[in-house]
Design a protein around this ligand. Structure first.
Ligand SMILES: NCc1[nH]cc(CCC(=O)O)c1CC(=O)O
Ligand SMILES: [Zn+2]
Ligand SMILES: [Zn+2]
Length: 334
């Protein structure tokens, strides 16, 4: 016979008692940030073959697409620019082109949806001719100082255009400090969230994204600036450094294979929101598994996101955001 204290089912026998067992918070709509790819063809709406239901959007299509989502409770988006028309160069001039996709989208969205929180990915790889995330020496290695100066300039220009949040994903050394200083100088530091992709690993899960934004490096790879897969110590150091340098939000990326790092981040930055990026490859993988009959799509999307929250995440960047805006209104598996 079971001992008095061996009975655990009694604590989660009912949907209501189950909800009380969530160790952190459970999923809510305001935890989701939706990544959007913005192209410089203003009327475009281009399907992405590698990412189900995701598109490259022209600025003129944003209001129509996002209107219903905002009505359902969409609170935040993160913008990625995809210049297709103007030529890329070695310093990523197109990143903050005043007529470019990101700055146009910021202005359009601020006007169309006054309550929507607008974050911008800050990086150079979508805009450089070589496809790397920084500025290079002649031998093709990263020249860190001009890289962080350029990234700071881009971040400041996004903030000036009205972005609520700038999120550097480049992994250069010292960019959080450089961006913070740039924002301070322009009087923007107090009204611009600095979300750092702090522990960003050199992952095999970015393939569909690189297709989506056309940012595969023309030579080499990103292993000299993105973290080695096994590097728990380096992840702890980048997290601590970015807290020191003034990041407001700490991000871990990718998500599912790095939940231990999320819980490290929770411990190292207990007073900061912790974001997790469920990246393009995870999204594609969840879809592929569902299609192959391994599990049901919604079930696995929820399981992975709930696991991220359990590990300590408080903000989820996910391509499933539109689905969650429906799913969270329709309790499931209760
Ligand atoms: N700095 C580029 C960047 N910003 C966000 C992602 C990944 C997003 C995703 O895969 O969904 C990447 C990919 C990369 O580093 O190659
Ligand atoms: Zn990026
Ligand atoms: Zn990059």
């Amino acid at each position: 016979m079971a001992d008095l204290k061996s009975i655990l089912h009694s604590g989660y026998q009912h949907p209501v008692s189950r909800s009380w067992q969530a160790q952190g918070r459970s999923l809510t709509k305001d935890m989701f940030m939706y990544p959007l790819f913005i192209t410089d063809d203003a009327d475009a709406e281009i399907e992405l073959t590698s990412m189900p239901n995701q598109r490259r959007w022209g600025v003129n299509k944003l209001e129509g697409f996002l209107g219903p989502l905002v009505k359902k409770g969409l609170k935040s988006v993160i913008l990625f620019g995809v210049p297709e028309r103007k030529p890329k160069d070695v310093i990523g001039t197109l990143a903050d082109d005043p007529e470019g996709p990101v700055i146009s989208a910021i202005k359009t969205l601020r006007k169309a949806f006054p309550s929507l929180y607008i974050a911008c990915d800050v990086c150079l790889c979508e805009y450089t001719s070589h496809g790397h995330c920084g500025i290079l020496f002649e031998d093709g290695t990263i020249d860190n100082m001009p890289s962080i100066e350029r990234l700071a300039q881009v971040a400041v220009n996004y903030a000036k255009a009205g972005a609520h949040c700038v999120a550097p994903s480049d992994m250069m050394d010292g960019r959080i400090k450089a961006i913070k200083a740039g924002l301070l100088k322009e009087g923007l530091a107090g009204r611009t969230t600095l979300m750092s992709y702090s522990a960003k690993f050199a992952s095999g899960l970015y393939g569909p994204f690189r297709d989506a934004v056309d940012s595969t490096p023309s030579f080499g790879d990103r292993r000299c600036y993105q973290l080695p897969v096994a590097a728990r110590g380096l992840a702890r150091r980048t997290i601590m450094r970015d807290v020191e340098e003034g990041a407001d939000i700490i991000m871990v990326k990718p998500g599912l294979p790095y939940l231990d790092i999320v819980s490290e981040a929770r411990e190292l930055a207990p007073n900061h929101p912790i974001a997790i990026y469920q990246v393009s490859g995870e999204f594609a993988m969840i879809h592929a598994g569902a299609k192959a009959g391994v599990y049901e799509l919604r079930r696995m999307a929820e399981e992975t996101c709930v696991s991220a929250v359990r590990a300590g995440a408080t903000l989820l960047l996910s391509y499933f955001t539109p689905e969650f805006l429906d799913w969270l209104d329709e309790p499931y598996g209760a």
